[in-house]
Design a protein around this ligand. Structure first.
Ligand SMILES: *Cc1c(COP(=O)(O)O)cnc(C)c1O
Length: 431
């Protein structure tokens, strides 16, 4: 089918605009960054999904991470069906919530206790409140390009001067709400040291994506995280790793295991719900015991620990513990990154790729970026042409240059090879 004409996707997108702002329930889905019509998905299985025209795509988003065992994995579907048949939600505790909490604490050693919530946004928002409640301090530090959900105090970009407080990135966020948020450069150790030297005693917490996946894929340097850990300890600030994306994605123990750094609190989401709404925050028991009902920091949720969602999450967590799961996942992801890089090279296109566990980044530049600024300097026009070329070929990458990609256990050698072949054709056509 030629691009977007007489497509059911066009018809649905036009219809969706009337009842929903921009036709989508989360902005990136609208394809604003790449242009064109978003695909409306009708079903998914393994590494594939199908759009409203019946066209099949190899999917490298996996619902932005959760579909790590492949779409509609039979064991996950069965667990959800069984749980649903027993009732959808009770608003009272269940044994399943204990099981998943125990499993998370066992798999991620820094977690002594966890609290379940329904989205990553809630997890980070609650972790911040806890850090502030526990320290009695207001200021928080975040890094440019890291995304931590859409809580008011996190929708902020760097202020005009070094070490000045941030400006809201969304209408509707009062400046007063972000005046306690300091936004620093990712991987900039001296700047972090300056921030602590000048106001360390009033910093409640530092929140960071240790492997950043919301400014394409960017790895933290080990020194950056190590120094962050030391400074937080020295000044009594809470170190929060936002592993909503990297948790159970870059490896079984998350980015903290990869770097060998123990945060005080961790936010989880995406994979731990296996495609249904489960997220969590947790960490040191002495901090977590500051949460209601035992402590003074309030937090709650009607659907928190929902039994159907927990069944999907728990089954997914079982599947990723099969022997060799992450080794295979990383091997497939590396094959993809290497294959794409070789294909671009053949066509003489400046391109590189990086991969950590089951996450990858593609950069239309000659080196892997280390900061938000470097990432944004990539060739967006070329990325967009590549994106649409691949879409036509039946390969669905994230519809924006500043997003990471995700491989699942269902992406076998044939799927990766088909992707690389398609990329070879698309790179050859790029100018
Ligand atoms: C996706 C994401 C969030 C937000 O999670 P939602 O479930 O979309 O609210 C927070 N932090 C990181 C690192 C994420 O990738």
């Amino acid at each position: 089918m030629t691009p977007d004409h007489h497509s059911q996707n066009d018809i649905l997108f036009a219809r969706a605009q009337h009842s929903t702002p921009g036709g989508v329930n989360s902005p990136v889905r609208a394809f604003r960054s790449v242009g064109g019509t978003p695909r409306f998905i009708t079903r998914a299985e393994g590494p594939y999904f199908w759009d409203a025209d019946g066209k099949r795509y190899i999917d490298y988003i996996g619902s932005w991470g959760p579909a790590i065992v492949g779409h509609a994995h039979p064991q996950v579907v069965k667990a959800v069906q069984d749980a649903a048949a027993r009732g959808l939600s009770f608003g009272a505790p269940t044994e399943g919530e204990i099981e998943i909490a125990e499993e998370l604490c066992r798999l991620v050693p820094s977690l002594e206790q966890v609290r379940l919530v329904s989205s990553g946004t809630e997890a980070t928002m609650s972790a911040l409140r806890l850090a502030r409640g526990a320290t009695g301090r207001d200021k928080i530090v975040k890094f440019e390009g890291c995304y931590h959900g859409h809580a008011d105090s996190l929708l902020v970009k760097a202020g005009s001067g070094l070490l000045t407080f941030g400006n809201p990135t969304s209408a509707g966020v009062p400046e007063d709400f972000v005046k306690h948020t300091l936004v620093l450069d990712y991987n900039n150790v001296p700047q972090l040291e300056d921030a602590f030297a000048s106001m360390g005693d009033s910093i409640a917490c530092v929140i960071v994506e240790a492997v950043a996946g919301n400014m394409n894929l960017i790895r933290a340097t080990p020194e950056f995280l190590q120094r962050m850990r030391e400074l937080c300890t020295e000044y009594g600030a809470v170190l929060i790793f936002d592993e909503v994306m990297s948790g159970f994605r870059v490896g079984l123990g998350g980015a903290q295991e990869l770097y060998g750094i123990v945060p005080d609190l961790t936010a989880l989401g995406k994979v731990i719900g296996g495609g249904l709404p489960v997220a969590a925050f947790g960490g040191r028991a002495d901090l977590m015991e500051k949460m209601a009902p035992v402590g003074p920091v309030y937090q709650a949720g009607t659907l928190s620990g929902n039994p159907v969602a927990v069944a999907a999450g728990m089954t997914t967590l079982k599947l990723v513990q099969e022997p060799g799961f992450y080794d295979r996942l990383a091997a497939q992801t590396n094959k993809l990154a290497d294959g794409l890089t070789a294909a671009a090279q053949e066509a003489g296109i400046p391109f590189c790729a990086d991969a950590v566990g089951g996450m990858f980044g593609m950069y239309f530049s000659s080196h892997v970026p280390a900061s938000y600024g470097q990432m944004m300097a990539g060739d967006k026009a070329r990325f967009n042409s590549f994106f649409h070329g691949m879409l036509e070929e039946g390969v669905y990458f994230a519809p924006a240059m500043f997003e990471a990609g995700f491989v699942s256990a269902a992406h076998d050698d044939a799927v990766i090879a088909e992707t690389v072949e398609a990329a070879r054709r698309v790179f050859a056509r790029l100018v």
